[in-house]
Design a protein around this ligand. Structure first.
Ligand code: BDR
Ligand code: CA
Length: 310
């Protein structure tokens, strides 16, 4: 079993990514750590505890950092709604599974100490991982790979230049990149190649199970982020990173040197991707450049429907 740790800010696309990974029987999700991002940490914890209760997850949930390494927290509640899920009238049921008592950094450290070539799937700001690597730089050598949904080689989404997860904690991105851990970045450019539509929500609803009905409503709310009438497709974000982890054919990566802007007046959080490797720089990451939309979407929607992965 391949050991995986998931770090998340527990929005709807995070949920879809987690369900996509959990659909695979050859992957052991050993823990899920929570980080402030889409909402303040208490909202992230509430969402994750509800998800765990509804879907019956076994992996322990650990609360992590409630703010970025520097400065105040910026959330996405203006786009995603108060609960960070843009629930369009339908929420996760209220029942909550308990958090594990150990905080995220202690739990991740203990997991890395006992795991070989461990994979971290990071679906939010990189604050937890960066804080861990600052406190325990020796653990970098135990990480086989970080797969991160974040950044962009092109336009941003939270600002013109910066993707949301990178914007929330650019210093954390810099710490993780500087740590030397093998790093794959699934940025907005690749995610924008995987649109989801109201028709996908309708197909999910047609499965008719309580799980599919809930997820169809949440997916519909997610699609309506792009346009309230649902006429425009919405990019899948976090699930593209999950698919890349599970399926080597799903997403193509190129080696690049990624630097994150920490100071720009208009560009803080921008991930500057130097693709002229090795002529201009040495690669410190692999960056997603091409996603197979049908393959990614098919895998994710099958997982949401609770079907066996093909
Ligand atoms: C990222 O920001 C969050 O709102 C999503 O969950 C995703 O991780 C996309 O920019
Ligand atoms: Ca996320």
């Amino acid at each position: 079993m391949r050991p995986v740790w998931i770090d998340t800010d527990a929005g709807f696309d995070d949920l879809a990514a987690i369900l996509t990974v959990l659909a695979r029987p050859d992957i052991a999700v050993d823990g899920i750590s929570l980080v402030a991002g889409n909402t303040p940490l208490d909202g992230v914890v509430r969402n994750a505890c509800r998800m765990k209760a509804f879907f019956g997850w076994r992996a322990p949930l650990h609360a992590g950092r409630d703010r970025p390494l520097l400065g105040p927290l910026v959330t996405a509640q203006d786009v995603l709604g108060e609960d960070g899920m843009r629930t369009a009238g339908r929420s996760l049921p209220d029942e909550q599974a308990p958090l594990d008592g150990r905080n995220a950094l202690a739990a991740m450290a203990a997991w890395l100490e006992r795991s070989e070539a461990a994979t971290v799937l990071a679906l939010g700001p990189l604050t937890n991982l960066a804080a861990l690597l600052l406190a325990r730089p020796d653990l970098a050598a135990r990480i086989g790979e970080v797969m991160w949904m974040g950044g962009s080689a092109d336009r941003g989404n939270h600002t013109a230049a910066a993707e949301f997860n990178a914007f929330v904690d650019p210093e954390a991105v810099a710490v993780v990149l500087g740590s030397g851990v093998p790093f794959r970045m699934v940025g907005l450019d690749a995610c924008r190649q995987v649109p989801v539509r109201l028709a996908d929500a309708a197909a999910l609803r047609a499965c008719g199970t309580p799980r599919a009905l809930l997820l169809a409503d949440l997916l519909e709310g997610y699609v309506r982020i792009a346009s309230p009438d649902g006429s425009r497709p919405m990019a899948l974000y976090d699930p593209v990173a999950a698919a890349a982890l599970l399926d080597a054919q799903a997403v193509r990566f190129d080696p690049m040197h990624v630097a994150v802007e920490l100071a720009g007046t208009h560009t803080r959080g921008m991930t500057v991707c130097e693709w002229r490797i090795p002529r201009k720089a040495e690669a410190n990451a692999r960056v997603a450049v091409q996603a197979d939309a049908d393959r990614v979407r098919g895998r994710v929607l099958a997982a949401l429907a609770g079907k066996e992965p093909s």
